[in-house]
Design a protein around this ligand. Sequence first.
Ligand code: ITT
Length: 229
Amino acid sequence: KDTFAAKTIRLLCGFFFHVPGCWIYFRRMKELVFATHNEHKVLEIQAVLGDEFRIMSLHKVGFSDEIPEDRHTLEGNASQKAEYVYERLGMDCFADDTGLEVAALDGAPGVFSARYAEISNEVKQGETIPDANMRKLLKQLEGIHERRALFRTVIVLIISGKQYTFEGVVEGTILSLKKGTGGFGYDPVFLPNGYGKTFAEMSLKEKNKISHRSRAVLKLADFLKNYPE
Ligand code: ITT
């Protein structure tokens, strides 16, 4: 009598030999390195891309260098991060850079979103960086009624040495208090237009339906699907 393992192997072999679609599926599954140390971003992007693409984080490929990010635009930083990894690993890869642009602050923190509180030495002892950034942002906006803001993501993909750029934007407003515990970064103070909850109150699936990053990633996925093998 067949053991469970033997039955499973037989079933899988039958499946692969008789369903040509399976081979096509595996041949088409594309692997890409995502040049980020931010695991939240990896989760968000893998969820948007689904099974057709396998995203490998730097952690997964054992790459732990601190990647320089000192350009003055999101495009510049995304390209710098992707180039840094491409040159060292020689693997097709992409990077994203994201900024929160607040209308009443002339687009700040923008490209400095990650280090907003650090650049003015406003991180208190024991405080996390995102908490310090949000505290500074809310302080800057105290008494200001104009609360419009947007998140902008720029993705730079390097494939066979050539660079391609994709952008995604979501508009919203900055609350005066934090709400929610999900997501990351500025999510607890960002209320996307047309929604009654902040990004930090949304599930990953809800955030991914409308977020700046998912909008840029969908453009990336479209490009990759049509990219010659
Ligand atoms: P990598 O450079 O390693 O990818 P990072 O966290 O530094 O990771 P960015 O430079 O792209 O990422 O982002 C700058 C900051 O913007 C980030 O530290 C967060 O504070 C904020 N941010 C980015 N995406 C966000 C999102 O979806 N929701 C809320 N805040 C976000």
